[in-house]
Design a protein around this ligand. Structure first.
Ligand SMILES: Cc1ncc(COP(=O)(O)O)c(C=O)c1O
Length: 388
């Protein structure tokens, strides 16, 4: 059931999600594991059991029984570990790498490129098509030109700003045709696309942040194939088979299991998608040429995101009005020292700087339904129309 959080209409689920109901009930019960799972006494054994059970559950849920899985603090760490860990492992064997990333990837990915380059790797940015789709033929051609011993491609499954989906079958084909290694940034899949937990075992690595689907903040996980060249980023006590040292977080890990269970049981993609598309259609019908949906022409879109450019509206006034009226939405642009920075994703799609500064992102909960969509469309339109 859709929940009102402190009477707020919270429509920024691509940024983060409130706790899943099962997680908040469990936390308030107070019966949470606290002991170090490495400790041999009863409470330690309990923490260890919690982690072992959650690990099996997560592997089964995503159909990746043969992959290794390690927990971390969230996708930024998981992505850094996978990509820099790949490069470090190759470098140790005197192998040079080529790293490919797109012009729409999250900064958690793109910020690693200069580090790799400084360390002697070749980096390659590939561009997306007009509405955010990936041009597989072009990417295959570019990867095939690489001369390095090892090639790693980052493939963002679902774009966090636009909601454009790149089918995993394309990643599998890229791997088949080029023999490259692939890391999938899968952060925006759970609760947003239909087959969010059907991953392909041929792909080398997948990273998730669990706060995006109802677990507590500060926990995420990465799957890696056993033959993926990998060197841990965090070393120390050798926990998690040495893949990520540091005392494990049994409370966070159990919250991942609960949130995943809830999503598996309750998620109805069709209903969420119909509610989202209803709002989009209403906005387009009423606002006509004053609204542009960034990914309107893309081949595959998720079911919870509307990323739109509103023309002839003062964005700061609109955002303030939404906030005062208890509607919380995302913006495509980052705001630094009072200046709105254009959305990198919109620039990559070919929009102008001005357009890329005037985007709003609505991203709904997995429980978003038509009844709430009707009320939301009405409220949004009233507000948008009331402002110049
Ligand atoms: C696609 C994508 N990748 C990576 C991240 C980084 O995740 P976190 O901030 O949880 O580390 C995010 C977060 O917004 C994201 O949307």
């Amino acid at each position: 059931m859709e929940r009102s959080i402190n009477k707020i209409d919270y429509f920024d689920y691509n940024a983060t999600s409130p706790l899943a109901l099962t997680v908040s009930k469990w936390l308030s019960s107070g019966d949470v594991p606290f002991a170090n799972p490495a400790s041999v006494y009863r409470s330690g054994r309990y923490s260890k059991k919690i982690i072992t059970e959650a690990t099996s559950f997560i592997k089964e849920s995503f159909g990746l029984l043969g992959h290794e899985l390690f927990f971390h603090s969230g996708a930024t760490e998981g992505i850094t570990t996978s990509i820099l860990g790949f490069a470090a492992s190759c470098k140790k064997k005197d192998k040079k790498i080529d790293f490919f990333f797109s012009n729409c990837d999250h900064p958690a990915v793109s910020s690693l490129a200069p580090i790799l380059q400084n360390d002697g790797s070749s980096i390659h940015q590939y561009n997306v098509e007009r509405y955010g789709d990936v041009d597989l033929d072009e990417l295959v051609r570019r990867v095939q030109k690489s001369t390095s011993d090892k090639i790693l491609v980052n493939f963002t499954y679902v774009n966090n700003e636009s909601g454009v989906v790149w089918p995993l079958a394309l990643a599998k084909e890229l791997k088949r045709l080029t023999g490259c290694y692939i890391h999938v940034d899968a952060v925006q899949a759970p609760g947003k696309i239909k087959e969010w937990n059907r991953l392909l075992p041929e792909i080398d690595a997948y990273t998730f942040s669990a706060h995006k689907f109802g677990a507590i903040k500060g926990i995420g996980f990465t799957f890696v194939r056993k033959d993926f060249p990998f060197q841990p980023l965090l070393i120390g006590g050798g926990q998690q088979n040495g893949m990520r040292s540091g005392t494990e977080n049994p409370m966070g890990v159990h919250s991942v299991k609960l949130a995943l269970e809830e999503l598996k049981n309750d998620f109805n993609f069709e209903e969420m998608n119909s509610a989202t598309r209803y709002i989009e259609a209403e906005l387009k019908r009423e606002l006509g040429t004053n609204i542009v949906i960034a990914s309107d022409g893309s081949k595959n879109r998720n079911g919870n995101t509307i990323f739109m450019i509103l023309k002839n509206k003062k964005m700061d006034t609109l955002l303030a009005a939404l906030d005062i009226n208890g509607i919380e939405v995302g913006t495509g642009s980052a705001c630094s020292s009072g200046n709105r920075q254009p959305s990198k994703v919109l620039l990559a799609y070919g929009f102008s700087e001005e357009e890329a500064k005037s985007a709003i992102r609505l991203s709904f909960s997995p429980q978003f339904r038509m009844e709430q969509a009707k009320k939301t469309a009405e409220k949004l339109l009233k507000l948008i129309k009331s402002l110049s």
